[in-house]
Write a protein that binds this ligand. Structure first.
Ligand code: OGA
Ligand code: MN
Length: 245
């Protein structure tokens, strides 16, 4: 999916969002709050996996409010509605979806995206390549849709994937590539932001469960139509030379 999309945009212009001094401490606080306050949204069948999740999967509930959700929808929905949901390609990583990328946003929504950049990328700038891909990926998943297990193409995206979740709760499953019996579950509530980094992003396949499997801690999590707004950073190809083909 994103593989295909980002390939089309191989001439992406570099755009740097370095942390500016005046907000770095408040962002660090936000991030540490996010890390310590989201453990109730994580679950696993393995204690080591849970530990990795606690380090590499941050979920910030209510990252946007209802009005902000509506503003994003007002901007993306008219375009999305013109596309058809794709159901039929058996080899697609995603079933029942339509998607696009967006470069320019209205001012209000750009402010939300700036917050994502600060929260998910800039606060970690000391260790990260924080050049964001400036095309933001918008994925509209049908009520009957689901995302099959996959690892985002290392060739096209860096160590951090951050997604704002609109319209519906959902459950994300993360399965260890090394031992497929070990997995974690993340409750992604409507209007949350999740940040998946490093080990979770490279060594675990992520998926968004379809309705028949959408359970978190034995409670069913009904998924309706769901839109995610996904920000990624540039790949660090020197870090993963073996994975670039
Ligand atoms: C993807 C993906 C997750 C989401 O598009 O590669 O994994 O939250 N999306 O929609
Ligand atoms: Mn993905």
């Amino acid at each position: 999916m994103i593989f295909k999309l980002l390939k089309l945009n191989s001439s992406l212009i570099k755009c740097s969002f370095k942390t500016s001094r005046q907000f770095s401490s408040s962002v660090e606080k936000l991030v540490s709050d996010g890390i310590t306050n989201c453990t109730h949204l994580l679950d696993s069948n393995d204690p080591e996996v849970l530990k990795t999740m606690q380090n590499c999967m941050i979920v910030k509930e209510n990252f946007i409010n209802e009005q902000e959700e509506n503003e994003i929808l007002a901007e993306v929905n008219p375009y999305m509605k013109r596309l058809r949901y794709e159901f039929d390609h058996w080899d697609n990583a995603i079933h029942g979806y339509r998607e696009t990328e967006r470069l320019k946003w209205i001012e209000e929504n750009q402010k939300i995206l700036n917050r994502v950049k600060q929260f998910a990328f800039d606060a970690f700038s000391a260790q990260d390549n924080t050049n964001l891909l400036n095309h933001i990926h918008i994925l509209d998943l049908h009520e009957d849709g689901f995302i099959k297990p996959h690892v985002d193409a290392v060739r096209f995206c860096g160590n951090t994937i951050a997604g704002i979740c609109l319209l519906s709760d959902a459950v994300m499953k993360l399965t260890s590539e090394k031992d497929k019996s070990k997995y974690g579950l993340v409750l992604l509530k409507r209007r949350c932001l999740y940040v998946m980094r490093d080990t979770m992003r490279y060594d675990y396949a992520h998926e968004v469960l379809g309705n028949s499997e959408s359970f978190f801690k034995n409670v069913q999590v009904p998924k309706t139509r769901r839109i995610s707004i996904i920000c990624r950073n540039e790949p660090d190809l020197s870090a993963h030379p073996e994975k670039t083909n």
